[in-house]
Design a binder for this molecule. Structure first.
Ligand SMILES: [Fe+2]
Length: 657
C-alpha cells in the first residue's frame, strides 16, 4: 500500500488530500476546520482529518507532496521587484521577512508541522532531533499540480489540459495533453501577463475582495452593458489568436505594488475604485460585464487553440479561472470539444489533490487505473447499471471505460470530507438538549419535499462534506425555486449578502434537458446554461425596459429563484448514484410539484466558511432565519428550538468577503 499526502498552503485556501494506491481517499480545506475563510496556514487540521479517514499515522505515509516550488516563486518575486526597482522595493521589503522565515525553509516547516499531526511527542522529537520521517517529501510545479488535478481524476483516457489562474511560480496559464498516466505541458503564459490577475484587478476596482469576490463580479455582469470592452482592448491589453495576452503594465501595480491597479487605471475608468460595501452603481455593472466579456473571449480563444494544437476530443481544466462557469458554458457550446470536465476544487486547494496524484502517476509511474483505483469507478458504475462489473475480474481500464458516463470520474462527487454518523449527531443533539424528530431514511425525502413546497428554507447536512468552493447537497441550504420571493429572502435573511447575487439550481440529471438548455452532466456546478425556452415566461415591454438591479424584480421563468437576469443558471446535475439522499429529496419534490429543481446555496452566512460539523450546522441554523435543519435523518424545526444565546455578536466573527 502506498499512501501520499498532498498539501497546498501559505498562499490562499490551504488544503490536504490523501491518495492511497491511486484512490482519492479524503480531501478538505483547512478553512472548514479553523472557521477562517480561505485560511492560508499550514493545513494541520485537514491533514489530521485525511489521515484519520484512512486510519493512518503520519509515520505510515510514504510520500508527502507540496503543490508548488517556493524557491522558484521567490525567484519570480525577486526578479520582478528588481525589474521595477525602486517602485517595487517597499513591497519587496514587506514580503521578504515572511519568505525568509517560512517559505524558503519549507521542507523543515512541513516536517515540523506534520509532526504535530502525530501528537505533541512527535513535535518535540522533530524539533529536538530533526526527526526524519520515513516519507519522502516532493515539491511539484504549481501549474503541473493544477494540470494533474484537472486530468487524472477526469473521466477521460486522453484529453487536452488547460490551466488558468492568477500566478504560480512564473506560469499564469498552461496548455498540455494528458494520456493514460502521462501528462505533458506544451505551452505557458508567464507572469505578469495573466488572465486571472486581470480579472482580479477589476474585482479590486469594482470594490470586491481579490481572490474571493471574483464570483460576485461574474454574478454582477448580466446587469451591465459591455461598454468598456473597446477601452480595455485599446489601452489595457492585446489578445492574440491563441488566447495569450500582452498586458499594458502601465495600468497595473500588482507586479511591484501592494494593490492591483494604479492611478493611471483610475484615470482611465473615471475615478477611484469603489469602496467596499458602498452602493453598487451602473458603472460597476458595466465594468463587470466588460471584463467578463473579455474573459470569455480569451478563454474561447485559448480552448479553440488547444483543440487545434492537441487534436484531442476532450478537455479538462483547472486553476481559479476555470471556476468561471459562464465562460465554461460557452466553451461547451462553442468549442468543438465533445466533452469538458473541470476539477471542482479548481483553485489552489485542488493543488493538494493534483500533487498527490502526480506523485502516484508520474513520479511512481503507476497506471491511470490500477485495479485498486478502478474500485472507485467500479462502485459508481455498478450502482449505476445495477449489474456486475467485469472490471472486478480483470481490472481492465478499456473494459470499464465502455460503461463510464461523464459523472463517473475519480472524485466521488467531490464528497471527500468528514461525515458524521447518526449516532454522533444524536449524541450531539441530546447533549445540547436540542429538540428534533427522527425519520426513517425512506420517509425523510417526502417530508423534506413537503416542507420545501410549503416555502420553507432548509439547511441540509448529510453525508461527506464537499471538497472545493461549491456546496453540492452535502452542506447546502435548499429552497423552492418556483417562489419569486425566494432569491431575496435567501440573500437577505439567510446569507446576509448582496441582493443581486443569483442562486443556483440542483436538478435531477434525468430532467436537466427539459428545464435547461443543457444535456450533459454538470455535477460540480461549473457550467452555466440558459433556462429552457419552454420554462420561460413572456415578459412585458415595461419589464423588459427595466435597468440595472431593477431587472431582478422580473419573474422570468417557472423557476425565478434560480433564473438570472439574462435567463442563465449555474447548474448542478444530481445523480442518484453519487448522492442518493439529495437525489431522492429532489425526486420527492418533483413528484409533489412537477418541478425537478431545488435552489441550492452553500450552508454558511456571508464571510463564513461552509459548515463542517453538526455543531457548525446547528449554530448557522440558529443564527439565521432558516426554518428547518436536516442532520442526516434528524429534522429540527426552528419553532421548537430553545432560545439561542451567544456571548458576542456573531457578525463580528467573520470578515465580510
Ligand atoms: Fe493556482
Amino acid at each position: 500500500m502506498v499512501s501520499i499526502l498532498g498539501i497546498s498552503a501559505f498562499y490562499h485556501d490551504s488544503a490536504a488530500c490523501l491518495v492511497v494506491d491511486g484512490e482519492i481517499v479524503a480531501a478538505a480545506q483547512e478553512e472548514r476546520f479553523t472557521r477562517v475563510k480561505h485560511d492560508h496556514n499550514f493545513p494541520l487540521n485537514a491533514a489530521r482529518y485525511c489521515l484519520s479517514e484512512a486510519k493512518l499515522t503520519v509515520d505510515e505515509l510514504d510520500y508527502v507532496g507540496f503543490y508548488d516550488k517556493p524557491l522558484l516563486k521567490f525567484d519570480r518575486l525577486l526578479e520582478t521587484y528588481l525589474d521595477y526597482a525602486p517602485a517595487g522595493f517597499s513591497s519587496f521589503l514587506k514580503a521578504l521577512p515572511l519568505w525568509m522565515k517560512e517559505k524558503l525553509w519549507m521542507p523543515d516547516l512541513i516536517r515540523t508541522e506534520l509532526a504535530k499531526a502525530g501528537g505533541e511527542e512527535d513535535e518535540r522529537a522533530a524539533k529536538k532531533l530533526g526527526k526524519k520521517f520515513q516519507w519522502k517529501l516532493l515539491f511539484g510545479d504549481h501549474h503541473e499540480s493544477h494540470a494533474a488535478s484537472a486530468f487524472y481524476p477526469s473521466p477521460f483516457e486522453e484529453a487536452a489540459i488547460l490551466t488558468i489562474d492568477g500566478v504560480g511560480e512564473w506560469a499564469t496559464s498552461s496548455m498540455g495533453i494528458g494520456k493514460g498516466n502521462e501528462l505533458i505541458l506544451l505551452k505557458e503564459l508567464r507572469f505578469p501577463d495573466s488572465l486571472g490577475l486581470l480579472y482580479s484587478a477589476f474585482t479590486f476596482y469594482t470594490g470586491f475582495k481579490v481572490n474571493s469576490g471574483e464570483y460576485k463580479v461574474m454574478g454582477l455582469a448580466p446587469y451591465g452593458e459591455p461598454k468598456y470592452v473597446p477601452i480595455i482592448k485599446d489601452k489595457l491589453l492585446e489578445v492574440r489568436d491563441d488566447g495569450s495576452l500582452k498586458m499594458n503594465h502601465k495600468y497595473f501595480s500588482y507586479a511591484h505594488g501592494l494593490r492591483m491597479t494604479n492611478g493611471a487605471f483610475d484615470k482611465l475608468f473615471g475615478g477611484a475604485p469603489r469602496k467596499p460595501e458602498s452602493s453598487i452603481t451602473q458603472k460597476e455593472m458595466d465594468l463587470a460585464r466588460s471584463i467578463q466579456a473579455i474573459t470569455e473571449e480569451v478563454m474561447l480563444k485559448m480552448t479553440k487553440y488547444a483543440y487545434k494544437e492537441t487534436g484531442m476530443k476532450k478537455l479538462s481544466m483547472a486553476g481559479g479561472v476555470a471556476l468561471n462557469c459562464v465562460a465554461n458554458g460557452r466553451i461547451l457550446r462553442e468549442v468543438p470539444f465533445e466533452e469538458i470536465w473541470i476539477q471542482p476544487a479548481a483553485g489552489d486547494a485542488g493543488g493538494a489533490l493534483g500533487i498527490a496524484l502526480a506523485i502516484w502517476h508520474r513520479y511512481l509511474a503507476k497506471p491511470r487505473l490500477s485495479p485498486e483505483a478502478a474500485g472507485t469507478w467500479r462502485s459508481a458504475r455498478a450502482e449505476n447499471k445495477g449489474r456486475k462489473s467485469n472490471v472486478e475480474s480483470n481490472g481492465d481500464y478499456q473494459a470499464a471505460k465502455k460503461d463510464l458516463t461523464a459523472y463517473a470520474d475519480g472524485m466521488k462527487g467531490s464528497y471527500l470530507g468528514p461525515q458524521y454518523s447518526e449516532a454522533e449527531i444524536e449524541s450531539f443533539l441530546q447533549s445540547r438538549q436540542v429538540p428534533y424528530e427522527k425519520y426513517s431514511r425512506v420517509e425523510l425525502p417526502a417530508m423534506v419535499a413537503e416542507l420545501l413546497a410549503a416555502g420553507k428554507i432548509i439547511g441540509l447536512h448529510q453525508g461527506r462534506m464537499e471538497f472545493g468552493p461549491r456546496a453540492l447537497g452535502g452542506r447546502s441550504i435548499i429552497g423552492d425555486p418556483r417562489s419569486p420571493e425566494m432569491q431575496s429572502a435567501m440573500n437577505l435573511k439567510i446569507k446576509y449578502r448582496e441582493s443581486f447575487r443569483p442562486f443556483a439550481p440542483s436538478v435531477l440529471r434525468e430532467k436537466v434537458a427539459e428545464w435547461f438548455e443543457l444535456d450533459a452532466d454538470s455535477p460540480y456546478m461549473l457550467l452555466v446554461a440558459d433556462v429552457a425556452k419552454s420554462q420561460r415566461r413572456t415578459i412585458t415591454a415595461a419589464e423588459e425596459a427595466r435597468w440595472g438591479i431593477d431587472k431582478l424584480n422580473v419573474k422570468r421563468s417557472e423557476i425565478p429563484a434560480v433564473t438570472h437576469v439574462d435567463y442563465s443558471a449555474r447548474i448542478q446535475t444530481v445523480r442518484r448514484e453519487t448522492n442518493p439522499l439529495y437525489w431522492e429529496i429532489i425526486e420527492a419534490f418533483r413528484k409533489k410539484t412537477g418541478c425537478p429543481v431545488v435552489v441550492n446555496t452553500s450552508f454558511n452566512v456571508r464571510g463564513e466558511p461552509i459548515v463542517c460539523t453538526p455543531e457548525d450546522s446547528y449554530r448557522c441554523f440558529m443564527r439565521t432565519e432558516m426554518d428547518f435543519l436536516v442532520l442526516e435523518t434528524c429534522l429540527l424545526d426552528k419553532k421548537a428550538q430553545p432560545e439561542f444565546r451567544e456571548e458576542k455578536n456573531w457578525r463580528s466573527e467573520f470578515t465580510l468577503d
